[in-house]
Design a protein around this ligand. Structure first.
Ligand code: XIL
Length: 333
């Protein structure tokens, strides 16, 4: 056994970002920023169902292959996103009409995709956002084509199919809105934990929990609640990753230096709360530069100024948020 394999927790926490394949191909300064700063990448789109599986029985791998090649050529690790999600489902899946058909399509998708990238994608967001907005308990799942036909069984089906297609893959359940103060977020933490325990009780393969961490500058982090959740996750012997960090700034003052400092402060409080209790396996932001971010699609600023949720600004210059992340990734275990 090599010494390196025996000390997996030592050294820097890998930093990564979600990337857009069209921008990587067309925008060389963005591409260079990704190469210079990321130890891992995840496709922001590119590996969702409409990209990979646009019609029944038809798979398209050009974009995903190009992303995986880009990562390999630049010695960047890759995360897959995502296999079982309610969102971004191609139209044809609305025609899935029975339990047997749903299981067949879900398993076929996972087998086809995961086995194609076996060895190239060591970590998958197998299940994305399984919980209802305000869950009563772990049975309150977000409605989807999968829950409609398979109920809660879609979770073990997806996780087992991924493990079968790549026994070495790290299987991650990715969730959001679990870090804030307030009854809805407390209910989500409780339901998430119940869900993880029920998967564990049924021996369903699962290795880690992804905290998306789409933070809001106007929502307080519930440090105690978050830390209690993380301690329970660790007690279940599950790892933790931060998978989609950004800070949604639509209600912050416009002044850029003030705004950037507040954004960095929110992220610092979150990362501090997490890193006090667990050592995240990775910290990824949902994009690297304000030039390309999903935030204005849903959270445009009322004053019309561009959002600034990410570590590099639209000119690819480092912001205070970058320094905060670096401070945490540099920390030895
Ligand atoms: C978002 C992408 O960023 C957008 O470009 C796309 O239009 C919709 O999806 N949580 C997730 C991601 O897990 O897949 C979402 O990504 C953002 C919220």
């Amino acid at each position: 056994m090599s010494l390196a394999a025996a000390t997996p927790a030592a050294g820097k926490i890998p930093y990564g970002a979600a990337v857009r394949s069209d921008a990587l191909a067309a925008d060389m300064s963005y591409r260079a920023a990704v190469i210079a700063n990321c130890q891992l990448i995840v496709p922001e789109g590119g590996m969702k169902w409409p990209d990979l599986h646009p019609a029944r029985g038809e798979y398209r791998f050009e974009k995903a292959d190009a992303l995986v090649d880009f990562a390999r050529q630049n010695k960047i690790e890759f995360r897959g996103h995502t296999l079982a999600w309610y969102g971004a489902m191609p139209e044809w899946t609305a025609g899935i009409a029975s339990r047997a058909e749903a299981e067949r399509e879900l398993v076929d998708h996972i087998e086809t995709v995961v086995s194609r990238y076996r060895g190239a994608i060591p970590s998958w967001d197998v299940v994305n956002e399984p919980l209802a907005d305000w869950p009563e308990d772990a049975t309150s799942l977000r409605p989807s084509i999968w829950t409609r036909q398979l109920g809660a069984d879609y979770l073990p089906i997806a996780l087992r199919a991924t493990a079968a297609a790549d026994p070495d893959a790290r299987l991650v359940l990715n969730e959001y809105d679990v870090e804030f103060e307030g009854p809805r977020f407390a209910a989500r933490r409780k339901a998430l934990l119940q869900l993880l325990r029920s998967l564990r009780d049924r021996d369903v393969p699962l290795h880690a929990v992804g905290l998306q961490a789409h933070l809001f500058a106007d929502r307080a982090i519930d440090r105690d609640g978050l830390q209690a959740l993380l301690a329970e996750i660790a007690a279940l012997k599950l790892g933790v990753l931060i998978t989609e960090l950004d800070v949604i700034d639509y209600e912050l003052p416009g002044e850029v230096s003030v705004r950037d400092a507040l954004v960095a402060g929110v992220a610092a409080r979150f990362l501090e709360s997490v890193c006090d209790v667990v050592r995240p396996e990775a910290i990824l932001t949902w994009g690297i530069s304000d030039r390309y971010t999903w935030v204005p699609t849903y959270f445009k600023r009322p004053d019309g100024m561009p959002n600034r949720p990410l570590p590099l600004d639209a000119d690819l210059k480092r912001k205070p948020l970058f320094d905060v992340i670096e401070q945490f990734t540099q920390k030895a275990a």
